[in-house]
Design a protein around this ligand. Structure first.
Ligand SMILES: Cc1cc2nc3c(=O)[nH]c(=O)nc-3n(C[C@H](O)[C@H](O)[C@H](O)COP(=O)(O)OP(=O)(O)OC[C@H]3O[C@@H](n4cnc5c(N)ncnc54)[C@H](O)[C@@H]3O)c2cc1C
Length: 386
C-alpha cells in the first residue's frame, strides 16, 4: 500500500519501532485478560510520546497537534490501541488552556515526566448521556472545599490515572437559565480521593478499554483545584473538542490502514479454486473502495490539522474528520473480516479484536448522529432539533 503519511517520518519510525515490541500476541493476551496494557503505556511515557503536546516550558516536547496525530495513527497502524492512554494528550489541554499559572506549574511538568498520569475525564453520566447540560453531579462549597455528590459513567482509565478532569454542576439550574451554564471543571487528585468519597467500579465491554463508573459521596476537592472560572466549565470542555476529534480521527486512519494492509496481504496469499482470492474482483473492489474512503478521510484529517495549526476554529472540519475516519475504519474492518472468511473470526489473526476496537468510534467520544446534527445545524443552517 502506498505510504500517504507525508509528515513526521522520524516520529512515525520511532513510534513504529516501539510498537514492534508489543506485537499481536501482547494485545491478544491483554484483550483476553481485560488487562491494562501497562508495559506499553509505560514504554510510551518513558519515550516521551505522551508528553508530545505539552509545551517545552513545562518540560514537554512542545510539538504541534499534527505530531500527536502522527503518534496515535502509528500506534493504531501497527495493530495496537492507544485507547489506554490517548486521553492524556487532549485532557491535558483543559489544564493548559484554562488552568492557573500555579496549577500548570504544579502538574504539567510531572505529567510530562510520567510521575503523574492525567488519563481520566469525567463528563458522561448515566441519566444525561450526550445531553451534557443535563448532568446531575453536584459540587457545593464548604469552607476550602467543594463537596461533590453524584455519578459518572464510562470514565475510562480511572483505575490507571492519578488525576481526573471532572465536570460538575456548581450552580443549580433555575428557570430561564441555559443548561450549559453553571457547570465547572475540577481537577480531582484520585490518589487521595479513592476510598474517601470516590468509588471506582470497572465496566466490562466488548473490547478492552479499562472503562469504569465512578461514584462521588461527599468527596472533598480543594477549592484551589477549580480550573478557570466557576460556571464556565462547559465552555472549557468544548474548547478541547476539536483537538480530541482530530486525534481520534487519526487513530481511525491508523486502524483503516492496518485493516487494508491486512486484507491485501491475505487476499494475495489465500488460494481457493486454484487462485488467489484477491484475483476476484468481488474480493478486490470492497478493499479498493475502503482504501479510497480512507484516503478521503485522511485528507479531511489533514485539512482539520492545517486549520487548527493556523489558530482557526475548525469545528466543522474536526467533526467531519472524526465522522469520515470512523466510517472509513469501520468499513475497512468489515471488509477485512469478510476477506478473511472464517479466519476473520479467529483470535490469532487480530482482525476480530481490531474490528471490536474500531467499532467504538461510531459512538465515542461522540456518536456519528451527534456530528451529523452539528453539521446540520451549524454548517447547513438547518433548524435545531434538540
Ligand atoms: C468505551 C467507552 C469509553 C468512554 N470513555 C469516556 C470517558 O473517558 N469520559 C466520558 O466522559 N465519556 C466517555 N464515554 C462516553 C461516550 O462519550 C458516550 O457513550 C457517547 O458520547 C454517547 O453517549 P451515551 O452513551 O450516553 O448515548 P446516548 O446519549 O444515550 O445516545 C444513544 C444513541 O442515541 C443517539 N442520539 C441521542 N440523542 C440524539 C439526537 N438528538 N439525535 C439523533 N441521535 C441521538 C446517539 O447518537 C446514540 O447513538 C465512553 C463511552 C464508551 C462506550
Amino acid at each position: 500500500m502506498p505510504d500517504t503519511s507525508n509528515k513526521y517520518d522520524d516520529i512515525r519510525n520511532a513510534v513504529n519501532k516501539l510498537c514492534l515490541q508489543f506485537p499481536g500476541e501482547y494485545w491478544r493476551r491483554i484483550d483476553r485478560d481485560m488487562a491494562y496494557p501497562k508495559d506499553f503505556v509505560n514504554a510510551l511515557t518513558e519515550a516521551g510520546w505522551l508528553a508530545a503536546l505539552i509545551p517545552e516550558e513545562y518540560d514537554g516536547a512542545g510539538l504541534p497537534l499534527s505530531a500527536g496525530a502522527a503518534i496515535l495513527e502509528e500506534i493504531h497502524r501497527s495493530g495496537g490501541n492507544a485507547g489506554a492512554c490517548h486521553a492524556q494528550m487532549y485532557t491535558m489541554g483543559t489544564l493548559l488552556r484554562h488552568g492557573s499559572a500555579e496549577q500548570k506549574q504544579q502538574y504539567l511538568p510531572e505529567i510530562a515526566n510520567g510521575t503523574l498520569r492525567l488519563q481520566a475525564f469525567g463528563v458522561t453520566e448515566p441519566s444525561s448521556g450526550t445531553d451534557t447540560g443535563a448532568l446531575k453531579t453536584r459540587a457545593t462549597i464548604e469552607g476550602d472545599n467543594f463537596v461533590v455528590n453524584g455519578q459518572k459513567i464510562w470514565t475510562s482509565r480511572a483505575e490507571h490515572s492519578d488525576l481526573m478532569i471532572l465536570l460538575v454542576r456548581t450552580t443549580p439550574l433555575s428557570e430561564g437559565m441555559k443548561k450549559t451554564h453553571g457547570l465547572s471543571v475540577l481537577l480531582v487528585d484520585m490518589r487521595e480521593a479513592v476510598g474517601n468519597g470516590l468509588t471506582i467500579r470497572p465496566i466490562r465491554t466488548m473490547m478492552n478499554h479499562a472503562t469504569t463508573e465512578v461514584f462521588f459521596d461527599n468527596l472533598r476537592v480543594p477549592v484551589k483545584n477549580l480550573i478557570g472560572e466557576e460556571g464556565s466549565g462547559f465552555k472549557y470542555i468544548l474548547s478541547g473538542m476539536n483537538a480530541e476529534r482530530i486525534l481520534i480521527a487519526s487513530e481511525c486512519i491508523g486502524d483503516a490502514k492496518w485493516f487494508i494492509e491486512k486484507a491485501v496481504n491475505y487476499a494475495g496469499d489465500r488460494n481457493v479454486f486454484g487462485r488467489a482470492i484477491g484475483q476476484n474482483q468481488g474480493v478486490q473492489f470492497p478493499i479498493a473502495r475502503a482504501y479510497a474512503n480512507m484516503r478521503a478521510a485522511e485528507l479531511m484529517v489533514n485539512e482539520a490539522l492545517r486549520l487548527y495549526e493556523l489558530g482557526e476554529n475548525p469545528g466543522a472540519e474536526a467533526n467531519m474528520a472524526k465522522l469520515l475516519a470512523a466510517d472509513a475504519s469501520n468499513e475497512a474492518a468489515n471488509v477485512t473480516v469478510q476477506t478473511h472468511g472464517g479466519f476473520g473470526f479467529a483470535e490469532e489473526f487480530d482482525v476480530e479484536r481490531k474490528f471490536r476496537e474500531t467499532r467504538l468510534y461510531q459512538v465515542a467520544p461522540i456518536s456519528t448522529n451527534l456530528i451529523l446534527s452539528y453539521l446540520s445545524e451549524h454548517v447547513l443552517g438547518l433548524p435545531r432539533s434538540y
